[in-house]
Design a protein around this ligand. Sequence first.
Ligand SMILES: [Fe+2]
Ligand SMILES: [Fe+2]
Length: 237
Amino acid sequence: MIAGIIKRRLHRDICRDPVLHGFVLNLYLNGEEYPHRIDDYFPVWAVPDGHLLSAMQSHMQDEDKHVVLYRKAIKKIEQPIVEIPLPEVYNEIIRSYTKDSFRIDRQDSADDRTLKLAGFFAHLHFLEKRIARSLEFHLDGCSSAVSDYPEKVVEIVFGDEQHHVSYTREAVFHLLPAERAKKVLADHRRAEARANLDFSSQQLSRLTKDYSDRFPRATRTIYRYAGELLEWGLHYA
Ligand SMILES: [Fe+2]
Ligand SMILES: [Fe+2]
């Protein structure tokens, strides 16, 4: 409840300032571009099923559309496009907390492929879920932006991500027996929860240090403490 109030206020403060807004839109953009910077996302060649294959292909098209939209939104508020180093991109941080790799090799057995594919969908499911939650707050904040274009973009992206959240979970249950599917999902839920504390505390601390004077004095301190609390949660919870 309190976290929700702080997040809502944070996104409003961010969207009001084009520099801060550009910073956050670049975080979203870099997540969307991630599949093109590595070589084991969306392994279409290993998807056996017609329905799942077309779902994955349309997912890839959505994410490429999001890249174009975010780039346009960043330009509309006259901010630079920034390429964030891979270790700081959220997808990569989640993977650093993920025990088993979902990289599929050509020599993997059919069972291994299925398990890894299910792992990939479970990874996507929790990633998409977190992004959708974040976009909900961001969409609310966008009403105070200097241009109405980012709001239009975030609304479209938010709709697509909600669909990605549901179909990726269904995919895990489609590929694996229910008990196995639940276990794979639980592993990826834990990884994403740790990654979220890590990523959020990093980015919040960067925002409150590097852009401190861009935040209203009243909320600046609250965000700094919120960042420290997240870090505390990561190390001690
Ligand atoms: Fe997306
Ligand atoms: Fe997505």
